[in-house]
Design a protein around this ligand. Structure first.
Ligand code: SME
Length: 183
């Protein structure tokens, strides 16, 4: 069931729930689209904008989707789709900062169960659940984190984790250290 809010920005659709079977089908189609589109692509930014668009096209519970790029020891917002994303995030702050520190994926079933401003940063009040995945380059250095918000709680599970970690590995692990997501 759609979780719409009267003040939801007109260009953003509320998240729609997907069961595990639908998730598998959607990610398989998204992977096929990404492989066809990015097979010869080497530019990090073009890969990021494509991943945002194709995943948001196939997965209706994706409310906000985007990358936070590593820059001088903190995170700055990179390519994304959705309402206004926070511009700067310290490594020790939020879910993104925690993932940047640990390089381990985090799934948050209910963002309001976390301490706001410390464990979670609410860029959009409609965000209810979240998954954040590390993005590593060829040298296993962190170049970004991939962040997805849903306007419903409990939207993300191990299926999302497996597919998203595979997508980040498939499309960024060949990126040399010189390639970052900073224009
Ligand atoms: N919720 C994230 C901040 C990014 S906004 O969701 C786009 C966090 O807690 O790090």
């Amino acid at each position: 069931m759609a979780h719409a809010y009267p003040d939801m920005p007109y260009f953003i659709n509320p998240s729609l729930a997907f069961n595990d079977e639908k998730k598998h089908l959607a990610y398989q189609q998204a992977n096929a689209d990404l492989d066809a589109l990015l097979q010869d692509e080497t530019d990090v930014i073009l890969k990021m904008v494509s991943i945002n668009c194709i995943l948001k096209t196939h997965l209706p519970y994706y409310y906000w989707v985007g990358f936070y790029c590593v820059n001088e020891g903190k995170l700055i917002v990179g390519p994304y789709q959705g309402t206004l994303g926070c511009l700067h995030i310290e490594f020790k702050k939020g879910v993104c900062g925690a993932v940047a520190n640990t390089k381990q994926t985090m799934i948050v079933p209910d963002v309001h169960a976390l301490s706001q401003g410390d464990e979670h940063i609410a860029c959009d009040p409609n965000s209810q659940s979240e998954i954040v995945v590390p993005v590593l380059n060829q040298q296993k250095e962190l170049i970004a984190v991939f962040d997805v918000d849903s306007s419903m709680t409990n939207s993300f599970n191990d299926i999302d984790k497996q597919y998203l970690e595979s997508i980040m590995n498939r499309h960024f692990s060949s990126s040399p250290l010189s390639q970052t997501c900073l224009v």
